[in-house]
Design a protein around this ligand. Sequence first.
Ligand code: DGL
Length: 277
Amino acid sequence: MTHRPQTGPIGVFDSGYGGLTILRDVRRLLPGYDYMYLGDNARAPYGTRSFDVVYRFTLEAVKYLFGQGCPLVILACNTASAKALRTIQQCDLEKLDPTRRVLGVIRPTVEALGTHTLNGHIGILGTPGTINSRSYDIEIAKLWPEFTASTHACPMWVPLVENGEASSPGADYFVRQETSALFRTDPDIDTVVLACTHYPLLLDKIRENVPKSAKILTQGEIVASSLFGYLDRHPEMESRLTRNATTQFLTSEHPDKFSAAATIFLGHDISASHVEY
Ligand code: DGL
């Protein structure tokens, strides 16, 4: 079957609200394009789900966004990038539509490490799914074999953010617990990667709990500049992206709940629509 190249918005997918931290920076750097954000809030969090389930949910979302006309979809979710991206790129895309692309957040984040660390001691904080997949260890060993990477899973952080508890005393407790565990593994860490797109909502608390000398990397700007470079290198894809500077917000949960929470992430009001797929 031949596919006529379709034009449309850039799809941005996350299990819930976290991808909004990526969308915010992508829109800041590439404001002219149209975006379609999809949060699978009804089934979030993904971080504690099995490989097969995350793959299935992510593939469903990609198919939906392709069906809405997106030529390019960004998995703005580390868990989905870790557990589903490779299979989708290597097996599913060929059948779905080989002219479209699905990109993730792990590779660009690992590529950026070299410009941030001074001593090569890296700390990675992510969901159990991302950490157990060892995707970061594998990518770092490939790109920066001289670095020492320590990883630590934070199972409570996404539920805290998804439930609007990021500023609560409960969040203080869990942030202190996980950051101390990471630094007990390697006290020389000079760069901490927030390898989950929900974690920037906990940034102030994380900063209070890691040594002042450590740099904390969030992924929004990294993914935005990587996408900028990608579109520059791929004019055939860039020319398929529509440019009316619009953003549609879609959620598998109740749209009012999504709109209220998304306002906290983006700092301005938005209106979301419910979708089933
Ligand atoms: N924002 C997702 C990530 O970057 C959170 C995953 C989840 O739903 O647990 O991993």
